[in-house]
Design a protein around this ligand. Structure first.
Ligand code: FUL
Length: 469
């Protein structure tokens, strides 16, 4: 029997995410793999004159790389199929500047294939980075280079299975080898690439993949490479005038409240100072504590974390990086294994139409597809978790129901001290996820969430309480 609802769901507020953006938001932590000739020249940006012969990993093992990533909780890996130096990690039909001319696997190797397969075996996603800037190609800066670039993109989008993300960076033009002329090539960042045409190839061949660049169209850059999202970091932005390489990092870092487009930020940061492996940075691997801070300042602000793990000259993730990642994951798992809010009695000052579909209990069911909502004219309601016992926690997780947009401006959290409510935290913006990591542990048997500002009725999907070990 079809149920009849007296009240309809709230109307979406402002820009809302697409299905592919929603799938991407649920991934939360992904990994970046920077690996190429630079690994062997000890550089960050190759000039483009590197011989393919120097690409000679001694023990490349995509299974180790994808295994380390999966064990660290990463839901996908993005590989630099081609970085600015132009060397291709797959045997492209359009150039000889590739693994075809490397000693590795006798010239028969394909890093893209091996990693794509390894990710599939680990059950995690695979994505690619194809640098638009190509310091090797003789025609870079001319219109026919774009044909080359798009042909390569088609190869990568057609031959390696489903991709979850395609990554376009914004470092474009400058000094390079360019087929031997060794000169400086400036390009018109706004016009040269004709991005719309390139992006339409991704839509055609990989409709499920999100497209990342400084300014989108699906995912935006967070504006820095240090692992810190703005507080707040809105899922929306008004991208007028923005293009890869042409966007104000400060604006990208926070987004725009009520921006015209849903375009959440991705926080790309390396586990080491460089994007590529350098032995002299072996003692500068981020510690588990540092990675935790990065996590709370990226994922905890509604963004996805794209953590770079550079394979070394063997073609493996170095032992130090593995050790840091393991401990980081151990702490995260120990923190989030038990939600102390589960089983609480949940009450709210208002429930939309008194309809169970919008009941406050949805905030503790662990599901992203259910939510508590209020009547349209109730914009600053409160909700109480009665834990029925004393619990001690230091992390609070709040999520909004994203299909209805980013609705809430601000919240406050109170604890019951036996006689009265005492505020212990407040925040601006919730979005995909807001993790509040408290400076000290709180012990209480009741927690109250107050929506302190919202232009429309809120739609809150989750409220969780956790304790770091
Ligand atoms: C930038 C590049 O210039 C860096 O080398 C690195 O690949 C980073 C992720 O993107 O645009």
């Amino acid at each position: 029997m079809a149920s009849v609802h007296s009240v309809s769901a709230p109307k979406p507020h402002g820009a809302i995410p697409s299905e592919r953006q929603l799938r991407w938001q649920a991934m939360e932590v992904t990994g970046f793999i920077h690996f190429t000739v630079n690994t062997f020249t000890d550089k960050e940006w190759g000039y483009g004159d590197e011989s393919p012969e120097i690409f000679a990993p001694t023990a490349f093992d995509a299974g180790q790389i994808a295994g380390v990533a999966a064990e660290a909780g990463m839901k996908g890996l993005i590989l630099t199929a081609k970085h600015h130096d132009g060397f291709c990690l797959w045997p492209s039909a359009y150039t000889d500047h590739s693994v075809k001319h490397s000693p590795w696997r006798g010239g028969q190797g394909d890093v893209v294939r091996e990693l794509a397969t390894a990710c599939q075996e680990q059950g995690i996603g695979f994505g690619i980075y194809l640098s638009p800037w190509d310091r090797n190609h003789p025609r870079y800066g001319h219109p026919d280079y774009l044909t080359y670039y798009r042909n390569q993109l088609r190869e990568l989008l057609s031959n390696y299975g489903p991709l979850f993300e395609v990554w376009f960076d914004g470092a474009n033009g400058g000094e390079g080898y360019y087929g031997g002329v060794r000169e400086n090539r400036r390009i018109d960042k706004e016009r040269y690439y004709d991005w719309e045409t390139t992006w339409s190839i991704v839509r055609e061949l990989q409709p499920e993949a999100v497209i990342f660049s400084d300014a989108g169209p699906d995912i935006r850059w967070v504006g820095n490479e240090s692992g810190v999202a703005g507080d707040p970091c809105w899922g929306t932005i008004s991208p007028d005038g923005m293009a890869p390489g042409l966007a104000d990092p400060k604006v990208l870092n926070t987004g725009h409240r009520n921006g015209s487009h849903w375009r959440p930020a991705e926080v790309d940061v390396s586990i080491r100072p460089g994007w590529f492996y350098h032995a002299h940075e072996d003692d500068q691997v981020r510690s588990p504590e540092n990675l935790l801070q990065v996590y709370y300042e990226s994922v905890g602000r509604g963004c996805n974390l794209l953590l770079n793990l550079p394979p070394d000259r063997r073609g493996l993730i170095h032992e130090r990086d593995v050790a840091s990642l393991r401990e980081w994951r151990r702490i995260l798992d120990a923190t989030f294994a038990t939600d102390l809010a589960r089983g609480a009695r949940v009450t709210a000052s208002n429930t939309r139409g008194n309809d169970p579909r919008f009941a406050p209990t949805h905030v503790i069911d662990g599901r992203r597809d259910t939510y508590w909502a209020t009547d349209d004219d109730v914009r600053t309601p409160e909700l109480v978790l009665d834990l029925g016992r004393h619990a001690t926690f230091n992390v609070v997780c709040v999520r909004e129901y994203l299909p209805l947009g980013q609705r809430v401006d601000s919240i406050a959290l109170d604890r019951w001290d036996g006689e009265r409510w005492v505020e212990f935290a407040s925040a601006t913006g919730i979005g995909a996820q807001r993790l509040i990591r408290l400076p000290e542990r709180i012990t209480t048997d009741r927690v109250r969430l107050r929506v302190t500002g919202s232009p429309v009725c809120p739609a809150i999907s989750e409220l969780g309480l956790f304790a770091e070990p």
